[in-house]
Design a protein around this ligand. Sequence first.
Ligand SMILES: [Zn+2]
Length: 339
Amino acid sequence: MDPYGDAEGKEINVRFLQADSVRANFIVQNFNLETANSLRRVMLAEIPTLAIDVVEVLDNTSVLADEFVCHRLGLIPLCSKGVDDLLYSRDCDCDGYCENCSVVLTLHAKCTGNEIMKVFARDLAVSAGRPNEEVGNPVITDAEGQGSCIVKLRKGQAIHMRCIAKKGIAKEHAKWAPSAAIGFEYDPANKLRHLDYWFEDDPKKEWPIDEERVNLDGGPEQEDQEFDYDAVPSRFFFDVETVGGLDPDQIVTLGIKTLQTKLAQVIHELRGGGDNADGQDFGGAQSPQMNGGGFGGQDAGYTTPYGGGNASVWGAGNPAQGSTTPYGATPYGGAPPSW
Ligand SMILES: [Zn+2]
């Protein structure tokens, strides 16, 4: 029995199996593998979050080297709710950092007692001037309300650091990852034969089956069932776990939004929307229309943005010589470019 009445229908639908402040476990049905996997990848690597990116070390007499402490600081999860109110630092007009593109956290601790003192994430003091009251708060989920341990100090040792947290994505550095892990599975019973189990004697004994998932996916394979060569996966099991900066449902929603934005950019570019400054961002291949070349005429349509007419950067309309770089003639002969 299929627990979902409309699993054979055409409508995409989402069923939540579990959702709390840490993880979201859900099934997407009537979806395709490519899009489902795109969503997984976007949720892993392309959702903007906040993380400490620059640290000004004012004092550090702990046993840990400056770089070591800075690296630990970078990996501390910070609340990223409302991070959209911040600009990417590279898009901001300021030199270095400012209130529009960063949140400043200060760590200042000194051990004066005889006991070893632990400095925790809760000791990071967030400066005023951030766009909202949540963004930049260290994520604290433990019962003691301490957060991650950053460094231990003994009597007389001190640490004083100014941490500048910036917006970024995990493609750039893993510290900006919103999710700790994303489980992704389809066809748990391997009815589609996408998996080829390695085994010693009996794969059925050596690869235990997740009965619950198999039942959610329409039950185990029947003995006399004929193999369907045209079958494609249509039901996907996601298990999104947050590191704490965003709620799991926000990760899913922002993942969909990021994916939509990326696709919209592709559509925009394909429609020749590259007449603004953004259109020139791509250093790689460009469609011929982008630099006004177009098809036909003298221009075969394959002009690069670096030259007019038929000239490419590698030769001034004389491919046979092909020995000119954009910087001038090479020692191998050939005329310098006509442009
Ligand atoms: Zn700025």
